[in-house]
Design a protein around this ligand. Structure first.
Ligand code: HEC
Ligand code: HEC
Length: 456
């Protein structure tokens, strides 16, 4: 892995290409090593990524040529990661001076929300509510750019998997650096007026010296260069394997044959995979594929029709609807009805560290989130109350809703999962939290933890 990342900045565009191709990290790693060997460290040619999809994400505030930015110095990948880590929790970069990326994307919660609030507050006075639940930032390293027709590059698997990929719940951002511009400038997040305002703050922030060390003493002479450096460092940090895709959950240990799952966890895994019951794995991939450990998502954009969350302030306006890929936050697909109600399938790795579930955070327990799947069609009253079914998706878009198992049952059919199976699936999902210490290796570690705890 280390070899893949040395000289990372100069090869970053290759990494973006790998992401587009959705290669496994290991394969990307090997190819990246080969590319590193083949290419000189000279200035980069123009992006040589595959041709853009027919429908592309909207232009962002970030310059297109960010990877071609010429800095006085080319930092090593690990320097960029360290800088990015520090910037990620730098509150001085927000208008309020009190919000950093980490305030919403808490490292202790797999870079997801730190609390059970469906939406977080931001803005200059920290009183403006957001519109969506904060997603986890883990396991995004193979996320392809948004494309309306995705074909898995499996060779023999050429089925059109429909709209796939892109960052944010609606897939509207194509890269972590493009995405990072969003929260820095969003009026209800970090609320800076423009790029220059961010750079001015950065210049007098505790990270100014590290910025100069990484990119050169004159990095602040050119606001665009400093801005690009900031975004690249944040992006590099989010590509750091140890932080963002460690593959060290109990389930990973199970896949490596290091540990057994409990009977309940095994029953949960079986129900999760079973096409006639949970069928969860049809979207949340659970098996090793082409040598790569599963991401628990196929990155597809799908309409599943979760209930409206009336506690989100924006939803107090009866006319406000978050329709996902067709808007209002995403603008390039507005008016394309077939995209309404579609949200990107999130990874379920670390899902049990979350306090809110789905794009609108409508559930605050994992049991309820799983029960939604069992009851949506079999017992809609328990999901939507006595009001209208699919109460957050207007009738004219309801043809977009997924109707395959576990959905597609008629009211009064038996739910796809019993209450016991729901509990089993939840037990299984808890094995997807990173940071698991296998028993043998763990006996000493947990001994040390006990000793440390007893000192306090
Ligand atoms: C006030 C809370 C808040 C802050 C601060 C914040 N974010 Fe986010 N972040 C969100 C929300 C909410 C979303 C989902 C947005 C959407 O889908 O429209 C999100 C989405 C993302 C995503 C896409 C994840 C995915 O699964 O597609 C990335 C990457 C990200 N944020 C990185 C950052 C970085 C880097 C910073 C700091 C520069 C930051 N965020 C600051 C709330 C926040
Ligand atoms: C047809 C594809 C599909 C299937 C099948 C599916 N999911 Fe999902 N899952 C999604 C999508 C899409 C979302 C996000 C939807 C949204 O927020 O509106 C999601 C979100 C979730 C979430 C919330 C995660 C978060 O970060 O908030 C959980 C938990 C979840 N799914 C569990 C399951 C379980 C358990 C099953 C099987 C019973 C399952 N899913 C079956 C597509 C699917």
């Amino acid at each position: 892995m280390t070899r893949c990342h040395s000289g990372w900045l100069s090869r970053i565009e290759s990494l973006a290409v790998f992401r587009r191709l959705a290669l496994s990290p290991r394969l990307a790693c090997l190819l990246l090593s080969a590319a590193l060997a083949a290419l000189a460290l000279a200035p980069q040619p123009a992006r040589s990524a595959p041709s853009a999809p027919a429908v592309s994400a909207p232009a962002s505030a970030a310059p297109r040529s960010i990877y071609e930015t010429r800095f006085e110095r080319k930092p090593e990948f690990k320097t960029l990661v360290a800088l990015g880590r520090s910037l990620f929790s730098d509150r001085t970069l927000s208008a309020s001076g009190r919000v950093s990326c980490a305030s919403c994307h808490d490292p202790a919660h797999a870079y997801g929300p730190p609390n059970r609030l469906p939406v977080q507050r931001g803005g200059p006075a920290l009183n403006l509510p957001g519109l969506r639940a904060v997603p986890s930032l883990t396991y995004h390293q193979t996320l392809p750019n948004f494309q309306p027709h995705f074909f898995d590059n499996d060779g023999n698997d050429s089925e059109d998997q429909g709209p796939t990929g892109g960052l944010d719940w609606d897939g509207r951002a194509d890269s972590a650096h493009e995405q990072a511009a969003g929260p820095l400038l969003s009026p209800f997040e970090m609320a800076n007026k423009d790029n220059a305002a961010v750079v001015a703050k950065l210049k007098s922030s505790p990270n100014a010296a590290a910025m100069r060390d990484a990119f050169g003493a004159h990095v602040f002479d050119d606001a665009t260069r400093a801005w690009n450096g900031l975004l690249l460092a944040l992006e590099a940090f989010q590509q750091s394997p140890a932080d963002f895709y460690p593959y060290n959950s109990k389930y990973d240990a199970f896949l490596r044959g290091q540990v057994k799952l409990t009977p309940g966890e095994m029953r949960g895994l079986a129900a999760f995979n079973d096409k006639a019951r949970g069928n969860c794995a049809s979207c949340h991939i659970s098996a090793i594929k082409r040598g790569a450990f599963p991401q628990f998502t196929d990155f597809g954009l799908i309409a599943i029709g979760v209930p409206r969350n009336r506690t989100i302030p924006a939803n107090a306006k009866p006319g406000y609807r978050d329709l996902g890929a067709c808007g209002p936050l995403r603008t390039d697909l507005q008016g394309h009805d077939e995209y309404c109600g579609l949200f990107r399938t999130p990874s379920l790795r670390n899902v049990a560290t979350r306090g809110v579930f789905f794009h609108n955070g409508v559930y605050s327990s994992l049991e309820d989130a799983v029960r939604f799947y069992a009851l949506r069609d079999a017992d809609p009253k328990r999901v939507y109350g006595s009001g209208r079914r699919f109460d957050d998706l207007p009738q004219r878009y309801q043809a977009n809703l997924n109707k395959e198992a576990p959905f597609g049952r008629r009211a009064a059919d038996r739910p796809a999962l019993t209450e016991t199976e729901i509990a089993d699936v939840v037990a299984f999902l808890k094995t997807l939290n990173d940071g698991y210490v296998p028993p043998q290796a763990g006996s000493r570690a947990s001994g040390a933890a006990v000793a440390a705890a007893s000192k306090n």
